[in-house]
Design a protein around this ligand. Structure first.
Ligand code: PLP
Length: 433
């Protein structure tokens, strides 16, 4: 499969080039030249397939031309060694719990898959070491670091803002050691992101070491997120045969929902999508007005969705031929304040005994308000509420149990290198590696 750039100014790339480079030379995002629909035989037996087998069939449609079947199967099976259950919350509304992986957030799926695919390309070519730079405000760093832990030929540098991530989040990427280095930047998340961007643009540094990114611009991190949309559909068919669900995705950079839109293109019977935003509602405003106006992000309770210029918007536009009408036909939006997020968490806990995290709360509420008569909805619960323990406890007024996986991270010892937000110091450090 060849990958073109959404900016159309760069030559097409192979899967391997797209994964190793992350971003196209013209700064566009890579898109597969074709999206292969899955055969009707697949849909006929979907309810009988395991999550891993179903995901392998989807992965084969994306990557089958470029990765040998046995290897691809191994990568998929190894990535998805945890469940993604569909849980009823209230009449007509289900939660797809994406938080049963190693770092208890949906980014585990893409992080693990990308690590394994990149590892395969490096082994195959006997390539020099590849270095992954990732700036994080919390969840991305932990999923990427844990996904790449111990993968040979890859070193990961996680840049995070000193004092601005929660203790639980920090422990998830600073306690690992081995091929993971945590850099504690004396600055904000934006400073971390600026350091990473400058590094990708620095010719001397790129001549010294092979650098790549592991956020959702990378096709190997973003496409595997389609897997669980298929599994959500199959689980719903077992409970309510024939229903075509509305799927609601709490969105920030729009990588997750875009993977779902790819699933629909492959024939998955989803009736429509809702993108739930917090107050950073650039996409919601785009749907209302047809105008895309990025603006600086504001801090909210659902902080993984605090994005002022969603990087995957370029993919959404490309997928629908830049037609606002076409996008608005399949995707609607919703936007919620912190007060509404808290209110939703409290009410859902009291009335339905279901504990939402602040991101999932946006998703649940958008369905509760947006479903039409007779529709059935699934929202993606993108993180375990215990990842936001203090916030959640304050809102619901009860204690939140911390899963054993998270407790294990808490027992580890933090190891990180202090780093200035000045690019010169960051570059000097990398030049010595
Ligand atoms: C990353 C993240 C999101 C947003 O996902 P996008 O793919 O960036 O839209 C939502 N919720 C949680 C918990 C996240 O970590």
């Amino acid at each position: 499969m060849k990958y073109y750039s959404t900016s159309k100014q760069a030559p097409e790339a192979t899967l391997e080039e797209a994964v190793v480079k992350g971003l196209a030379a013209d700064k566009g995002l890579f898109m597969p030249r074709s999206i292969n629909p899955l055969p009707s035989t697949f849909y006929a037996e979907i309810v009988h397939l395991s999550f891993q087998e179903m995901a392998y069939r989807v992965a084969d449609a994306f990557f089958g031309e470029d990765v040998p079947a046995e290897t691809l199967k191994e990568i998929v099976y190894d990535t998805l060694n945890f469940d993604v259950p569909l849980v009823p919350v209230s009449p007509g509304i289900y939660s797809l719990e994406l938080f049963h992986g190693p770092t208890l957030a949906f980014k585990d799926v893409g992080g693990r898959f990308m690590a394994r695919l990149l590892g395969y390309f490096i082994r195959k070519e006997g390539k020099q070491q590849v270095n992954v730079l990732v700036a994080t405000s919390g969840d991305t760093g932990s999923a990427v670091a844990n996904g790449f832990l111990g993968v040979e030929g890859i070193h990961v540098y996680v840049l995070y803002p000193k004092g601005k991530v929660s203790e639980i989040q920090e422990k998830q990427f600073t306690t690992l050691g081995r091929n993971i280095t945590a850099l504690e930047v004396d600055g904000t998340f934006d400073d971390c992101q600026a350091l990473v961007k400058s590094a990708f643009m620095d010719a001397e540094l790129n001549a010294h070491m092979q650098l790549t990114s592991a956020n959702s611009i990378n096709v190997a991190r973003f496409l595997p997120q389609a897997f669980y949309y298929f599994y959500a559909y199959a689980q719903l068919q077992r409970l309510q045969p024939g229903v075509q669900p509305v799927i609601c995705v709490p969105s920030g950079n729009f990588g997750n929902i875009t993977a779902g839109l790819f699933g629909k293109r492959m024939g998955l019977p989803i009736s429509r999508f809702i993108a739930a935003n917090n107050r950073n509602d650039i996409f919601y405003q785009y749907l209302q007005t047809g105008e895309y106006n990025p603006r600086p992000s504001v801090a909210t309770l659902a902080n993984a969705m605090d994005v002022g210029n969603p990087s995957n918007f370029a993919r959404v536009l490309d997928l629908y031929g830049h037609s606002h009408d076409a996008i608005a036909t399949e995707v609607s939006g919703a936007t919620y304040t912190d007060e509404q997020i808290a209110e939703t968490m409290r009410a859902t806990w009291q009335e339905h005994h279901y504990l939402l995290d602040p991101h999932g709360a946006c998703g649940y509420r958008a369905l509760a308000e947006g479903l039409r008569t007779g529709e059935v909805g699934i929202f993606l619960e993108t993180a375990h509420p215990a990842k936001f323990k203090d916030t959640v406890e304050q809102i619901i007024g009860a204690e939140v149990a911390v899963p054993a996986k998270l407790q294990a991270f808490m027992r580890g010892t933090k190891q990180s290198l202090p780093m200035s937000k000045e690019f010169a110091q960051f570059k000097a450090y990398l030049m010595q590696q």
